[in-house]
Write a protein that binds this ligand. Structure first.
Ligand SMILES: [Zn+2]
Length: 441
């Protein structure tokens, strides 16, 4: 980054910022006065007061965070208006900045975190999970983490909030839920035990606390906890195969939920679509497909029952044939005894007896072979119709016509939804290709 100098006319903010910093200094010990001054600024400029704390009630503010007020991703016009208000309320004499080139630290923080993520992905740095798995093969830890997972704003934010980087060691992060219980729960930050100076720090405590100050600003931008949604775990990017991220925000009582590929946002030059895909659109597409498959399943069920009826007829015929053969076998057996009796009584000569015996023995073994073949065929016919296709059709038919997507129906029928972009989605079903071919034919 270029070093700003006061001689350069494009860095008009330096004088203003310096004066403001000096003016804010005494307010360090008088937060209520600072808060009322800030309220005055917003009242004067007519700009909506930002929600800095949950519940909208501002009780405490650090002089440092005042800078954050006009650096939080707002338009230059709004920023100028705010700065005019600040100049008026605090009596700043420096020229009001006209542009904000090269503001070294106080730029749009969201973009900065995104830049870090893009750099890590772009340079192909291992994620903590990938590193841990490589160092400890066969480990159970991180075993659910995908080999495709990449750096995201969430995991970078998590790392930036760990005290160990300024040399501290945090203990008592989790506690048992009861005596002798193996289960633990997270301990609130202010009840954790933080011991400083335990090892060589990577960053100073000041930098760490500044970062936390920024995260404090983000609190009001944090999305609501993701509720369970029907396609949870099923939506994948068709280009890179990663699971798409999901976020649901509630703005003035209306929920806005969408999916996007993490790689498209966090790696420059990825082939993935950068579009945010509305959850409602994906649900609608999947729901329509489910309804279509349900219709097809009804038709397939008719075909299966016809085939089954046909199979039953053939089965019956085979059973009759089998009975005939068994009767022949019995007669053959009787003739064998009669032959023997005739020979013993001297009615049949030796040659005739031996010829007849050989003939009957051959007939007997031929009949036994035929019976074995028929028995096998009859068994196969009985099994037909209770096969995989019939089971799949039965499963699809077990749900009433889908009006809207439910977790149950998705779990039962949908393997995954692969999204290329808004116009191109592919649904993969929980059934084998052959089965789906039969149903869709
Ligand atoms: Zn992707």
């Amino acid at each position: 980054m270029q070093t700003p100098t006061t001689s350069n006319s494009s860095f008009t903010w330096i004088g203003f910022y310096e004066e403001l910093a000096n003016i804010l200094q005494p307010y360090k010990d008088n937060r209520p006065a600072l808060i009322s001054r800030i309220r005055e600024i917003y009242r004067k400029t007519g700009i909506r007061f930002p929600t800095l704390e949950k519940g909208g009630e501002l009780r405490d503010i650090n002089p440092f965070t005042v800078f954050g007020l006009f650096n939080k991703g707002i338009s230059n016009a709004t920023r100028m208006t705010l700065l005019e208000g600040i100049a008026e309320v605090f009596g700043i004499t420096s020229e009001i900045p006209r542009n904000f080139d090269g503001i070294p630290v106080l730029n749009n923080w969201g973009a900065t975190l995104k830049d870090i993520v893009a750099t890590l992905n772009g340079k192909g740095y291992e994620t903590p999970a990938a590193y841990y798995r490589r160092k400890h093969p066969g480990t159970k830890k991180y075993e659910k983490s995908s080999a495709l997972s990449c750096w995201t704003m969430d995991n970078v934010r998590n790392i930036l909030q760990q005290e160990m980087y300024y040399g501290a060691v945090v203990q008592h992060k989790r506690e048992c839920i009861g005596v002798g219980s193996k289960h633990t729960r997270a301990v609130a930050k202010d009840k954790q035990i933080i011991v400083e100076g335990m090892h060589e720090p990577i960053i100073s405590k000041e930098v760490f606390l500044q970062a936390q100050e920024i995260f404090y600003h983000w609190e009001d931008r944090k999305p609501a906890k993701a509720r369970d949604f029907p396609l949870k775990g099923k939506v994948k990017c068709a280009v890179c195969g990663r699971r798409m991220n999901y976020r649901s925000n509630i703005v003035r009582g209306k929920a806005y939920s969408y999916f996007w590929c993490p790689l498209s946002k966090y790696q420059d030059g990825s082939q993935c679509s950068t579009e945010y895909i509305r959850e409602a659109d994906v649900n609608e597409v999947v729901c329509q497909s489910v309804r279509q498959v349900q219709l097809l399943a009804d038709r397939a069920a008719d075909r299966i029952s016809k085939k089954k009826a046909g199979a039953a007829d053939v089965h019956l015929k085979k059973m009759h044939e089998l009975a005939d053969l068994q009767r022949d076998l019995e007669r053959c057996n009787t003739e064998k005894f009669a032959n023997m009796d005739g020979f013993m009584a001297g009615i049949i000569g030796k040659d005739a007896f031996q010829r007849k015996r050989a003939e009957l023995t051959e007939q007997e073994s031929r009949l036994k072979e035929q019976i074995a073949v028929l028995e096998k065929q009859a068994q196969e016919l009985k099994m037909e119709g209770s096969g995989e296709t019939a089971r799949a059709v039965e499963k699809i038919q077990s749900f009433s016509r889908a009006e809207e997507l439910s977790v149950e129906i998705v779990q039962a029928l949908v393997k995954e939804v692969r999204i290329t972009d808004r116009e191109h989605m592919e649904i993969r079903w929980n059934f084998k290709d052959e089965v789906m071919e039969f149903i869709e034919s």
